[in-house]
Ligand binder design. Structure first.
Ligand SMILES: *[C@@H]1O[C@H](CO)[C@@H](O)[C@H](O)[C@H]1NC(C)=O
Ligand SMILES: *[C@@H]1O[C@H](CO)[C@@H](O)[C@H](O)[C@H]1NC(C)=O
Ligand SMILES: *[C@@H]1O[C@H](CO)[C@@H](O)[C@H](O)[C@H]1NC(C)=O
Ligand SMILES: *[C@@H]1O[C@H](CO)[C@@H](O)[C@H](O)[C@H]1NC(C)=O
Length: 217
């Protein structure tokens, strides 16, 4: 019912318009403005498309890559209290990382951390200060990570790992930053890397490192 009555109204309305020259001029003006606004919208859409296409082709942001180059043991001291099934362990590692910026523009990154974990439990961290890497540059950083084993003092798994002489650890960095493309687009990127490694307690050495790198936009 309602639909029919509406249609009746809209069919009637053009008939109601007077055929005077005033109305014709209004119609012409309206058409002119419509043409102008379509042209303006068209030009804007074209410019936006051009910029977007350039941003994703010629000026596309590439992924900065953080690599963990080397993990070495600087200091290792441990003692086992068999009566209480407790381990006192102090360990310090040199973790050398490098951040490569493959872009033709600078990569600015924020303050972040390198973290040391034992079986998914965080046992140490060191700050990575904010900075900037120019185009096509690699910046090395030497970090010192200390294992805070007091958090693990009564962890049964930790005790048995220490007794077996092999400690599985992992170091992880997550560096968030921005790549500035054409001084117009700030593209956020997160460069993540992590390495699993084993510390051999009886000969104070670090075993094979298994590292993974990835960058997310
Ligand atoms: C670990 O370091 C703490 C403080 O630096 C010290 O008191 C403790 O004796 C150390 N433990 C071992 C096993 O060296
Ligand atoms: C890191 O250590 C290496 C080797 O000792 C040295 O050549 C390099 O200059 C150090 N880098 C930094 C940023 O301290
Ligand atoms: C890692 O950095 C330490 C200094 O913090 C340096 O003694 C060591 O040689 C570096 N290792 C490599 C492979 O650059
Ligand atoms: C340390 O001992 C482990 C096994 O316990 C062995 O695989 C590793 O090669 C040794 N590392 C060094 C430097 O002797």
């Amino acid at each position: 019912m309602e639909v029919e009555s509406l249609r009746g109204k809209s069919e009637k309305s053009p008939m109601e318009q007077p055929n005077s020259s005033d109305a014709a001029r209004v119609l012409r003006n309206r058409r002119k403005w419509r043409t102008i606004s379509f042209t303006v919208i068209g030009v804007l859409v074209f410019i936006i498309l051009l910029v977007v296409i350039l941003a994703f082709t010629a000026f596309k942001a590439k992924r900065p890559v953080t690599t963990i180059d080397d993990v070495s043991l600087r200091d290792l001291r441990f003692s086992v209290n068999l009566a209480r099934l407790q381990v006192l362990l102090n360990a310090t590692f040199h973790v050398n990382i490098s951040i490569t910026n493959p872009n033709k523009v600078g990569f600015k990154f924020k303050d972040s951390n390198a973290e040391l974990s034992y079986r998914d439990q965080q046992v140490g961290e060191v700050p990575i200060p904010a900075g900037k890497i120019s185009a096509d540059q690699t910046v090395p950083m030497n970090l010192t990570l200390t294992l805070m084993a007091d958090r693990l003092i009564s962890d049964a798994k930790f005790f048995s790992d220490v007794m077996s002489g092999e400690l599985p650890l992992s170091a992880r960095t997550e560096i968030p930053g921005k790549v500035n493309v054409m001084n117009m687009f700030r593209i956020r990127v997160v460069s993540t890397s992590s390495c699993d490694f084993t510390v051999y307690l009886f000969n104070s050495s670090v075993g094979d490192q298994n590292c993974q790198y990835k960058t997310q936009f």
